[in-house]
Design a protein around this ligand. Structure first.
Ligand SMILES: CC(C)(COP(=O)(O)OP(=O)(O)OC[C@H]1O[C@@H](n2cnc3c(N)ncnc32)[C@H](O)[C@@H]1OP(=O)(O)O)[C@@H](O)C(=O)NCCC(=O)NCCS
Length: 146
């Protein structure tokens, strides 16, 4: 059974483990900092009790910034990422937020295509943003408030 739940600080090891097995973005210390950030909500995508995806969102005023979004390699291309993203978009709309922002590496073709399907458009570029020298594309999706 698939479900989505909000994750709290006691599940930090879970987040770190999933990240280590996917994109290795943050250390355990960085994950700990995310949980402390004002306006941050962390969601897990689960199959029964197994966490297969994580999303970190930070709400500032009427905008949400996706700071982390990843699905475990073994579960990709099965529609789970889309299910998770659709849930988050609806959640942000219910909160009456105006837009969702995120950053994605210019070389990350899979993620770029994924976000395009959800009408995220490039609104800026940060040159040499990542450790490997690749540029970050700033993407934005406008929300329809209910
Ligand atoms: C981007 C990411 C979240 C997508 O997750 P996902 O679970 O694979 O997403 P989906 O399965 O919903 O969609 C991915 C593709 O699989 C296709 N797909 C979905 N179900 C399918 C199925 N049953 N059979 C065949 N293809 C399928 C989708 O149409 C989509 O195709 P596209 O690449 O043409 O858009 C995932 O690749 C990921 O975690 N990447 C690493 C982290 C990352 O880059 N994050 C973004 C930067 S912060």
């Amino acid at each position: 059974m698939i479900s989505i739940k909000q994750i709290n600080e006691k599940d930090i090891d879970l987040c770190y483990e999933l990240d280590s097995n996917t994109i290795s973005l943050w250390s355990k210390k960085q994950w700990a900092n995310e949980f402390k950030k004002e306006g941050t909500k962390i969601f897990g995508l689960l199959i029964t009790n197994l966490v297969i995806g994580i999303c970190v969102i930070q709400v500032v005023l009427d905008e949400a910034q996706i700071n982390y979004f990843s699905v475990n390699n073994k579960f990709r291309k099965k529609g789970f990422g889309s299910f998770f993203m659709s849930y988050l978009i609806k959640k942000c709309e219910k909160l009456n937020l105006k837009k969702i922002l995120l950053e994605v590496s210019q070389g990350n073709v899979t993620a770029e295509r994924f976000y395009s399907r959800f009408d995220f458009f490039t609104v800026g570029i940060r040159k040499n943003y990542y450790k490997d020298g690749s540029h970050a594309l700033l993407k934005e999706k406008k929300l329809t408030t209910k």
